[in-house]
Write a protein that binds this ligand. Structure first.
Ligand SMILES: Nc1ncnc2c1ncn2[C@@H]1O[C@H](COP(=O)(O)OP(=O)(O)OP(=O)(O)O)[C@@H](O)[C@H]1O
Ligand SMILES: [Mg+2]
Length: 427
C-alpha cells in the first residue's frame, strides 16, 4: 500500500536559500510549497554572517509557509561538500537476541559501532552502509530478520568540520527550525540524478551553483568522493559586469537572458543594449561577444574540476559527467563541458512539477533521500508542520512558538541522531 509522507527540505545556497515542501507517495514527489529568496551571508558555499543567513532562512521559510498556510517546524537539511571527508569504515556487533534473529536494535548498534572512527575535530554527517555481512554471508542489503551471531557492516562515513556544521546548525536553530535529518547535499542529490548504471560505472556529479561548484564521484554503486570548489555563476556575473562596465544586477540579468557558454554556437545577430554604470549611455553587444567572456570563465572552472578529480584519485569516468545547479541553465554548457572534460556529458533537471530547474536538484534530492531512509528504517514520517497559521500572528512570533514545540517533541521522539548532535551544540 502506498503511503504519503510530508517533508520540508532546506538548501542554504550562496545565491539563494531554497525551502521545498513536498508530499512523497512511493517514489513520486508532489511539490506543494516553495520558498526561494536571494541569500545574504553565504559566500562560496560557506556561512560568513550568521545574522544575515538566519534572516534569509526565515524569509524563505515564510514564503513557503504562506503557500500552504501551515508553519514549518522541521526540515531535512543539506550540508555542503566544503571540507567534507569520506572514509571507508567497518562496524561489527554480536547479535543480541536469544533466537539470534537480527533486529532493528542490532542494525542501530552496528551503525553506531562505526562512529568510533570519527576523527577528532570532525563531526558526523552521514553513515552510508554499502553492505552487511551476517556471519560469512556478504552483500546483504538489509540484514533484519536473518539469523546469525555476528553482524558486520561496510560503510562510508561522511564527516565535516565541527565549525562549519556548528555555523549551519546555529543558523537553522536561530531561524526557529528543528532538524529532522541532515544529508551531504551531493549524496542525496547525486543518488537520484544519476542512473543505477552511472552510479555503478563511475560518474561525476557536478553542481555549479552561484558561489561554488560541487564535484562528487559515484562508482561501484556508492559515493566515492565529494568536494567543493570556490567558483560558480557569480564569477561569470562579475566578469560580465567588469568587462561590459555595468552593474552586477544588470550583468546577472544579461547572463540569464542572453548568456551562452559555447562561442561556436552563440549568435552574432542577437544584439542587446547594456546600460553603462555611472553614465547615461548604453553599449551594444552580441551574444557571441559575451559567450567568449562566459566561455573563458567556465573553461577555467571545468579545468579546475579536472584537477579536482585528478586530486581525488579519479583517472577514468566511464559514465561521464552529469551537470546540474543553476548554471546548468546557461545555453551551451554541455557542449563546452564535453570539449574540456573530453567525456560524455548530460544535464540533470528534476522532473517534478514546480521544481523543473537545475537549481532545485539538491532540494529535491534531500526530500527523496529522506523518504528512502525512512522507508529503510521503518520510520513513520511525522508531520513536519506546526500549527495552521493565522497569517499575521505566525509571522510575528515564529521562533517562540517553535521553541515550545521543540521541548515537547524531545520527549516523544525515540532515537534521533540529529537531536543528539543538536543538543550537544546547544545545551
Ligand atoms: N538562466 C540562467 N542562465 C545563466 N545562469 C543562471 C540562470 N539561472 C540561474 N543561473 C545562475 O545560477 C547560479 C545559482 O545557482 P544555484 O541556485 O544552484 O546556486 P546556490 O545553490 O544558491 O549556490 P551554491 O550551490 O554555490 O551555494 C547563479 O550564479 C545564477 O546566476
Ligand atoms: Mg547549491
Amino acid at each position: 500500500m502506498s503511503q504519503t509522507d510530508m517533508y520540508v527540505s532546506l538548501d542554504i545556497g550562496s545565491s539563494s536559500v531554497k525551502v521545498l515542501i513536498g508530499e512523497m507517495t512511493d517514489r513520486s514527489l508532489h511539490v506543494i510549497g516553495v520558498g526561494n529568496v536571494k541569500s545574504e551571508g553565504i559566500r562560496k558555499g560557506a556561512i560568513v554572517d550568521i545574522d544575515a543567513t538566519v534572516q534569509s532562512i526565515r524569509k524563505a521559510v515564510e514564503q513557503a509557509e504562506r503557500m500552504i498556510g501551515m508553519s514549518i517546524r522541521e526540515v531535512v537539511l543539506g550540508i555542503p561538500a566544503n571540507q567534507v571527508m569520506l572514509q571507508q569504515v567497518k562496524g561489527v556487533v554480536a547479535v543480541n537476541s536469544e533466537n539470534r534473529e537480527i533486529t532493528d536494535d542490532d542494525l542501530d548498534r552496528v551503525m553506531h559501532s562505526a562512529e568510533v572512527m570519527i576523527p577528532a575535530e570532525r563531526e558526523l554527517v552521514n553513515i552510508i552502509p554499502q553492505q552487511f555481512i551476517v556471519d560469512d554471508l556478504d552483500e546483504i542489503k538489509d540484514p533484519r530478520g536473518m539469523i546469525g551471531v555476528r553482524l558486520e557492516m561496510d560503510a562510508t562515513l561522511v564527516t565535516t568540520s565541527k565549525t562549519l556544521l556548528h555555523n549551519i546548525l546555529r543558523c537553522v536553530e536561530r531561524a526557529g527550525l528543528q532538524i529532522r535529518e541532515i544529508y551531504l547535499q551531493p549524496l542525496a542529490a547525486g543518488y537520484f540524478a544519476l542512473t543505477e548504471d552511472e552510479k555503478s560505472h563511475g560518474t561525476a556529479y557536478i553542481d555549479i551553483g552561484g558561489g561554488s561548484t560541487t564535484v562528487a564521484v559515484f562508482g561501484d554503486g556508492r559515493l566515492i568522493s565529494a568536494s567543493a570548489l570556490p567558483v560558480g555563476g557569480d564569477n561569470i556575473t562579475k566578469d560580465l559586469s567588469i568587462i561590459l562596465k555595468t552593474t552586477t544586477g544588470q550583468a546577472e540579468q544579461i547572463k540569464h537572458q542572453y548568456g551562452h557558454a559555447y562561442y561556436d554556437d552563440a549568435s552574432e545577430d542577437e544584439l542587446f543594449e547594456v546600460p553603462v554604470a555611472g553614465v547615461d549611455t548604453k553599449d551594444q553587444y552580441s551574444q557571441k561577444y559575451i559567450s567568449e567572456i562566459i566561455g573563458v570563465r567556465l573553461e577555467e572552472l571545468f579545468e579546475m574540476v579536472l584537477d579536482e578529480l585528478y586530486r581525488s584519485g579519479v583517472r577514468d569516468l566511464p559514465g561521464g559527467v552529469v551537470i546540474t545547479g543553476g548554471v546548468a541553465k546557461l545555453e551551451g554548457v554541455s557542449q563546452l563541458a564535453r570539449e574540456v572534460l573530453q567525456t560524455r556529458v548530460r544535464l540533470y533537471v528534476p522532473e517534478f512539477i514546480g521544481v523543473r530547474e537545475p537549481g532545485y536538484s539538491s532540494s529535491v534530492g534531500l526530500i527523496r533521500y529522506a523518504k528512502l531512509e525512512d522507508e529503510f528504517f521503518g520510520n513513520r514520517g511525522e508531520s513536519p508542520f506546526g500549527e495552521a497559521m493565522e497569517p499575521a500572528a505566525a509571522a510575528a512570533a515564529p521562533a517562540k512558538k517553535k521553541k515550545a514545540e521543540r521541548s515537547r517533541d524531545g520527549q516523544e521522539k525515540t532515537v534521533s541522531r540529529m537531536k543528539k548532535i543538536f543538543d550537544k551544540f546547544f545545551e
